[in-house]
Design a protein around this ligand. Structure first.
Ligand code: 26Y
Length: 821
């Protein structure tokens, strides 16, 4: 072309080359001879960022000019994963950039591997938020994601002597080219102190919160680009800082220490992500984190709304605020405070606006995982909100008393305040009351919510309850993680499926094509080879890519039952030991996942996996036919390498415990066949892929409830099942722990005497099902057919479908195509 493309927006190979060279010089201040790998990574990242900015500015401009309704997604966690490759894919310039790099003598993949991922989440809930941000942008829906810019994300996991060891995640150490600090966009957030009441001149009762501490929240924005559209939405994360004039009295008085101390206290709020999921810990700092980001976000929304010349009374028409679990539920009280104490609205109107603004997604059925805050602690951090919650509750209890004819048990279960040795605030109740919609994350989960943890709410307000089955973005989890499979599929059915996953259905006829089956299995084999290479490099263990890759990767939890998988492995091991010449299908068992640092049994499960691996992998009788691998530091980066290599996806939670699961979707989409219970979204996956392509085992949620109510006795299963007994006795004998019989006692005791998660009840069914898996795998051609049909039928599980449903049925927002000028 005779025209020179703009260096900051052009998408051609030559332009990209020029941009990378320019950035190396003008951003990194380097020339090729002395540039490091990081310099090149930065040079490319900034080239990509320029192209994002063009779309981002256009999106924001259009949203402001045309005053569209906006979704605000409030989440304490965003598990984004690396940006560079994803942005290249969504911009549609992966190939071009690869070529530009090549011509500059660089290997793009090698640079992509360099990126440190922002691990600002624990697991499923945080990753869901990231998939939803991708889909919102792809569907061209005006949206802002609000959260916390943790300086340290989820810890890095290392394994030493079989045990998990945690290291801090200093993800910002080399800088972050994907964010822009908006120094001018900041809000003051109050903490502690007391509330003054006074009558104003009109005789109205007013409240004045005199805080003990004021912290400044500064916005850091990251553009989230949709797939092959111009929409780039904003992820706005708040960093806490000391206000400009922090403690100048102390400073002036020469008390340097106390001045610096208060700076540190302020900065602590966004310092580190709490590494617990499902296990609540009532820590003051965590409550401060929640309030900090929620208050910044709501103040920001009100500011945006008013600056557009709109009235505060119409706030709920401009914004719909989705609460990602109860972590941001304090928003209900905070919006009341802002509307009343700052914007002078009366209670009735403030409540009307508030209860039309929020919608709440629940992510758990474990009653012990429902968030509560000690009332005293709560009042000492948020004294004004405690008053507001009392008043919200007073009005609600009055209403409920009439509706429920004074059914005290129900009313006290619905109350926002729990009574006991100590009073506490029930965040799920605050979320339910303050929201116009409440949803679970899979069909079964949404049904069980209505029958169990939120039963009383359902009976009182059935119209609020909905289901929104989770989904995952095919961009990251197929196009990026598995370009080989992507190409194979697109070669047959075109690329439409990437935006409309239902189109995968068109693959079905190719399951009958022997050539296609061969190519399908070849892609899988190559991905297994690549993973085997990584395993060798990271762990020094040889695994055979011809063996079945049997994969169980997720956070470590008793309810997820990684230890049930271990019981299966030991059972198989014992079978081979007794009959070394038996015909076994070689298998590689791959585990990965982090345990909350304070969760002793979960950490012990990791140790057990590694101890069993040590014995099994080195036993000459086994002769490499089964291998056990624990891949350390499971995160988005590693997940992208693991899913494409899976033959079997293990989804083995106790029925009724896993809200949805999303790893189940990513694995299945990548052609793995599922071994699973009827739990969470497994139920819907099985419905879609067909029961003949799904290895079902175990009790149903109803059966689990029944067995428990009838008095479950794990010991009976143990004493009546010789194989199970042998396995447990073996663990207890120290067979896997250098004859130290105490190491796993806490775990085996909890199984023998309690077994909350019914491992023993499901054991035999699991073993039998695994035998069927083995049989099926022997017929590789049949397996290929099953795998293809399985992927072809996963169309439902795109996060695009989930987000469409949220938009249509909860948020009432519409797409706004963005035009570039
Ligand atoms: C209160 C605090 C300790 C806490 C922190 C994180 C509590 C829970 C969590 C995270 C929960 C979580 O990740 N839940 C998962 O959400 C996924 C997305 O909906 C589901 O697929 C998955 O089943 C559920 O366990």
């Amino acid at each position: 072309s005779p025209y020179l493309e703009d260096s900051r927006t052009g998408l051609g190979v030559d332009t990209l080359k020029r941009a990378i060279r320019n950035n190396l010089f003008y951003v990194q201040g380097k020339f090729p001879e002395i540039a490091t790998r990081n310099d090149y990574y930065m040079a490319i990242a900034y080239a990509v960022r320029d192209r994002l900015l063009q779309r981002w500015v256009a999106s924001v401009k259009q949203y402001i000019q045309e005053k569209h309704r906006v979704v605000a997604y409030l989440s304490a966690e965003y598990l984004l994963g690396p940006h560079l490759a994803n942005n290249l894919i969504n911009l549609g310039i992966y190939k071009e950039t690869e070529q530009a790099c090549k011509e500059l003598g660089l290997d793009l993949e090698w640079l992509i591997e360099k990126e440190v991922e922002p691990g600002l989440g624990n697991g499923g809930l945080g990753r869901l938020a990231a998939c939803y941000m991708d889909s919102l942008a792809t569907l061209e829906v005006p949206a802002i994601g609000y959260g916390i810019r943790y300086q340290f994300g989820i810890f890095e996991q290392d394994i030493r002597d079989g045990w998990q060891v945690e290291d801090t995640d200093n993800w910002l150490r080399r800088g972050n080219p994907w964010e822009i600090a908006r120094r001018e966009l900041s809000y003051d957030i109050k903490f502690g102190g007391y509330v003054q009441t006074y009558l104003d001149r009109a005789g109205k009762l007013c409240f004045n919160w005199i805080p003990e501490l004021v912290v400044k929240g500064v916005a850091y924005d990251t553009p989230i680009l949709g797939y092959k559209v111009n929409t780039a939405n904003t992820l706005r994360l708040w960093k806490s800082e000391a206000p400009h004039s922090f403690d100048f009295q102390s400073f002036n008085a020469g008390d340097y220490n106390s001045a610096v101390n208060s700076k540190i206290i302020c900065e602590n709020i966004s310092k580190v992500l709490y590494p617990n999921d499902e296990q609540i810990e009532g820590k003051r700092l965590r409550l401060q984190q929640q309030y900090f980001f929620v208050s910044c976000s709501l103040q920001d929304m009100i500011g945006i709304h008013l600056r557009q010349g709109e009235k505060i009374h119409d706030f709920h028409k401009k914004f719909v605020v989705q609460l990602n679990d109860t972590h941001p539920a304090i928003g209900v009280a905070e919006l009341m405070r802002l509307l009343m104490d700052v914007h002078q609205l009366e209670w009735e109107e403030a409540w009307d606006i508030t209860s039309k603004t929020f919608a709440y997604t629940n992510h758990t059925l474990l009653p012990e995982a429902l968030e509560t805050w000690d009332l005293q602690l709560f009042g000492s951090v948020l004294p004004r909100h405690l008053q507001l919650i009392y008043e919200i509750n007073r009005r609600f209890v009055d209403y409920a008393t009439i509706k429920l004819y004074g059914n005290h048990q129900k009313i006290s279960s619905l109350s926002l305040i729990g009574e006991g040795p100590r009073k506490y605030i029930k965040m799920a109740n605050l979320a339910c009351l303050g929201s116009f919609a409440i949803n679970g994350v899979a069909a079964l989960h949404s049904e069980l919510l209505k029958k169990t943890v939120l039963k009383d709410w359902y009976e009182l307000m059935p119209h609020k309850f909905q289901n929104k089955t989770n989904g995952v973005t095919p961009r990251r989890w197929m196009v990026l993680a598995n370009p080989e499979l992507t190409n194979l599929i697109s070669g047959k059915i075109g690329e439409g499926w990437i935006k409309n996953l239902h189109e995968l259905k068109q693959l079905e006829p190719f399951a009958d094509d022997p050539e296609f089956r061969k190519e399908w299995m070849q892609v899988k084999f190559n991905k297994k080879k690549a993973l085997a290479k990584r395993i060798k490099k990271r762990l020094g263990v040889d695994v055979d890519p011809n063996s079945m890759f049997d994969i169980l990767v997720k956070r470590i939890h008793e309810y997820k039952r990684q230890h049930l998988k271990v019981l299966h492995i030991i059972t198989l091991y014992n079978q081979i030991k007794k009959n070394p010449s038996m015909d076994v299908v070689p298998r590689t068992f791959i585990f990965a996942g982090k345990a909350a640092p304070g969760y002793r049994k979960a950490k012990l499960m990791i140790k057990l996996i590694n101890s069993v691996g040590e014995i099994v992998n080195n036993d000459p009788d086994i002769n490499g036919r089964i291998k056990v691998v624990f891949y350390p530091n499971y995160n988005v980066t590693n997940a992208q390498k693991i899913y494409p290599a899976a033959d079997v996806s293990e989804q083995i939670s106790t029925a009724g415990k896993e809200a949805s699961g999303t790893g189940n979707m990513k694995l299945s989409l990548n052609g793995a066949l599922t071994v699973g219970t009827l739990d969470g979204a497994n139920v819907e996956i099985r419905e879609c892929v067909g029961e003949e392509n799904f290895f079902l085992f175990g009790l149903t949620a109803d059966e689990v409830a029944k067995v428990k109510s009838e008095g479950y006795k794990p010991w009976d299963y143990y004493s009546e099942n010789p194989n199970l007994k042998e396995v447990i006795d073996q663990i207890n004998s120290g067979y896997f722990s250098h004859l130290d019989s105490k190491v796993f006692k806490e775990l085996t005791d909890s199984l023998l005497y309690d077994d909350q998660y019914l491992l023993f009840a499901d054991y035999q069914s699991y073993i039998d099902t695994q035998a069927k898996v083995e049989e099926a795998f022997k017929d590789q051609d049949k397996w290929a057919r099953m795998s293809i049909l399985n992927t072809a039928r996963m169309g439902k599980f795109s996060s695009d479908r989930s987000i469409r449903e949220y938009c249509d049925e909860i948020w009432k927002v519409e797409s706004v195509p963005v035009t570039l000028d």
